[in-house]
Design a protein around this ligand. Structure first.
Ligand code: ATP
Length: 370
């Protein structure tokens, strides 16, 4: 089922009419989510991702704009009539009911033509439990399950009604690091097996990038960029997107373009075509910096952190916006830590320029490094 958002906007009125301004939680969001895809809505706290999900679910009414499931306009439909499955961060299972009763619960409320016989309900509940691999635990109460198992019950309960669209709001936040990893892979597997169009809200970029077909990066209610995770990482449209995606984060430095050369301080680090002289922000991914004795970009060397396969060269530069300039290299490469400075060469395809005022990406042709 494709999901279409058309100029979707949500404005919350100010609580204090005199002092406060209204909040534009979601601003003119237009997007067509193709059938069967897993879409990650991603952004910092307060960017409007939950509000977007709540509007798609029907829990909140848009101030303007439309929502379609396939060709059906569902904008005015109640949550119950949209055919969605919802999973929240706190699993909200009924503590006095067994796993089986929890999963059966949504089916028992079906009325009219949707009403099912006892046998049909049980068959559906068992199928949903099998899908999330908790069919062995049907007689347990939620308190007798791990966090990850409880979250699977919540997913089974959302799937049992065979929803047209599955909506997940930070479903992994309450899990520890290992379970998060495991459960996110489970969600991906279940989503692929069922083929249900799924929209997933998270503030964790790694989580979104690892399981989504498409990510939507939001900031202050405005969509910044939509695309395949790797495409957005490789080709960010603005400084916000570049800094939001990537661990460790991209290095950001102040610099300038003069006569076709990009300068950081006094050093020309890249020759480029097609850019006017101007002050810029320069984004360099940590994996783009390669220590080299004849490198073009000199930093003060702080230390080298070896982490198994990779090593992180931690350095600093007076033009850096962040406290450190970090390079990620193979731990096989040895860096002399007895010297005060480190020189880097820069891989041009991981080197981005942004306008100093608008913070929009400036595109260029590389002539040569340095
Ligand atoms: P988080 O990750 O912290 O949940 P979010 O990206 O999901 O954040 P939303 O919950 O969608 O953000 O909120 C977007 C903006 O709308 C925020 O500025 C928030 O304060 C505001 N907001 C949300 N709900 C209401 C409400 N009921 N009344 C007024 N303002 C609200």
């Amino acid at each position: 089922m494709k999901v279409v958002l058309e100029n979707l906007t949500k404005i919350f009125p100010s609580r204090d009419k005199k002092a406060g301004k209204e909040v534009v939680a979601v601003n003119d969001f237009t997007f067509e989510i193709p059938d069967g895809q897993l879409v990650g809505l991603l952004g910092p706290s307060g960017c409007g991702k939950s509000t977007t999900l709540y509007m798609i679910s029907g829990l909140q009414k848009p101030s303007s704009g439309k929502i379609y499931f396939g060709d059906d306009d569902v904008t005015e439909l109640s949550t119950e009539n949209r055919g969605i499955g919802l999973v929240f961060q706190n699993y909200a299972l009924y503590p006095h009911m067994t796993v089986q009763q929890n999963i059966l619960f949504p089916l028992q409320n079906l009325k009219g033509k949707d009403k099912l016989s006892k046998e049909e309900m049980l068959e559906r509940a068992i199928n949903a439990a099998k899908l999330v691999q908790i069919d062995e635990l049907m007689d347990r109460k939620p308190s007798e399950l791990s966090g990850g198992q409880q979250q699977r019950v919540a997913i089974a309960r959302a799937l049992v009604k065979m929803p047209r669209v599955l909506l997940l709001d930070e479903p992994l936040s309450n899990l520890d690091a290992r379970l998060r990893l495991q459960t996110r892979e489970e969600i991906r597997r279940i989503q692929k097996e069922t083929g249900i169009t799924t929209i997933f809200v998270t503030h964790d970029q790694e989580e979104a990038m690892s399981i989504s077909d498409v990510i939507v990066v939001m900031k202050l209610g405005v969509v910044q960029q939509i695309g395949k995770p790797q495409d957005v990482y490789d080709d960010p449209k603005n400084l916000f997107v570049a800094t939001f995606l990537g661990t460790p984060p991209i290095n950001v430095l102040e610099g300038k373009v003069l006569d076709g050369k990009v300068y950081i301080g006094d050093e020309a680090v890249m020759s480029v075509d097609g850019v006017e002289d101007q002050n810029v922000y320069i984004g360099i991914r940590p994996e783009a910096l390669e220590p080299a004795t004849n490198g073009v970009f000199t930093c003060n060397l702080n230390n080298v952190e070896v982490m198994g396969r990779d090593a992180s060269v931690v350095s600093s530069h007076k033009n850096s916006v962040n406290p450190v300039v970090r390079a990620i290299i193979s731990s096989d490469i040895k860096v002399d830590t007895t010297v005060a400075t480190v020189k880097y060469n820069i891989k041009p395809h991981k080197f981005f320029l942004f306008n100093k005022e608008t913070e929009k990406r400036i595109y260029f042709e590389v002539k040569n490094n340095g």
